[in-house]
Design a protein around this ligand. Sequence first.
Ligand SMILES: [Zn+2]
Length: 54
Amino acid sequence: MATISFYCVKCRTAKTVDESKVEKTKLKNGRPAAKSVCPDCGTGMFKILSAKEA
Ligand SMILES: [Zn+2]
């Protein structure tokens, strides 16, 4: 199972989230992005995906 790493601004550290818990989306400019929730504190996390993660 693939995982995606996010940066949690509340924990101030990187979090690895199972891809099944990640919501993939697209920005207005067409770039792929992903949303998830920090497994430790519940804060929403967001990142723009690189080509290999999308
Ligand atoms: Zn957190």
